[in-house]
Design a protein around this ligand. Structure first.
Ligand code: GSH
Length: 237
């Protein structure tokens, strides 16, 4: 069971990790740290967790990462932060299944889908969370329009996952948000099976993955946490 202790403002810094021990500075419900926990689990990398409170950050965190954001990795005296940077670092440095493709165009494809996710899909989803009535329906329509890029990518590749026959880099970077979408995308905001057969099959398959199960919280937890903590899942913070 991962630790639930979280270091807050005024706390004394934890002892440095033992030599050779990878440390993840995290916050339990952070979707960005979740990205990195998924990669750690998928690659079977051993690590220890130090949780910080991202609302009342401990002063010592700024000395490690000037942005003081999670996830942050400490590894053999080195520091790596920003979730996608952390994930690429882990993928390059640690053995195990490779998550990023070597082939340049294939790697570019993943990067472009990530950009669509960041610039279009996630913001439109966030709008459905924040709005009501007609505005919400319009946001949901816009969300579906941009989600169709993911549907097309899976259709074109003929694979179950964005990484191919197994989840890869993009699967793990978008999944934490999709897991949280369960709090919103039901009732009149349910994704239609006829429009999104591939995305919905991907979602079902992702829920079955052991690394996803290890890292997840249930929808009830996300609902209560997002009401109390960050309706925007930390975005724009
Ligand atoms: N771009 C960063 C990444 O991809 O790692 C975003 C990370 C992020 O915003 N994490 C939140 C955080 O540390 C917690 S969910 N917030 C504290 C802050 O924004 O100062």
């Amino acid at each position: 069971m991962p630790t639930q202790k979280a270091y807050k403002t005024g706390s004394t810094a934890p002892e440095p990790s033992a030599p050779g021990v990878l440390r993840l500075i995290s916050m339990r419900f952070c979707p960005f740290a979740h990205r990195t926990r998924l990669v750690l689990a998928a690659k079977g990398i051993d690590y220890e967790t130090v949780n910080v409170c991202t609302k009342n950050k401990p002063e010592w965190f700024f000395a490690i990462n000037p942005l003081a954001k999670v996830p942050t990795l400490q590894h053999d005296g080195k520091v790596v932060y920003e979730s996608l940077v952390c994930n690429e670092y882990l993928d390059r440095v640690f053995p195990g299944r490779k998550l990023l493709p070597e082939e340049p165009l294939e790697k570019a494809r993943i990067g472009m889908l990530q950009a669509i996710w960041d610039a279009k899909i996630l913001p439109n989803y966030m709008k459905t969370k924040r709005t009501e009535g007609k505005e919400r329906q319009d946001a949901f329509k816009a969300f579906k329009e941009v989600l169709s890029f993911l549907e097309k990518s899976l259709t074109d590749s003929g694979k179950l996952f964005f990484g191919g026959d197994q989840p890869g880099f993009l699967d793990y970077s978008i999944w934490p948000f999709v897991e949280r979408f369960e709090t919103t995308l039901h009732g009149d905001l349910k994704l239609p099976q006829a429009e999104f057969p591939k995305v919905l099959a991907w979602k079902t398959a992702m829920f079955e993955r052991p690394e996803v199960k290890t890292c997840m919280f249930d929808t009830a937890t996300y609902t209560s946490v997002s009401a109390d903590y960050d309706p925007d899942f930390g975005l724009g913070a």
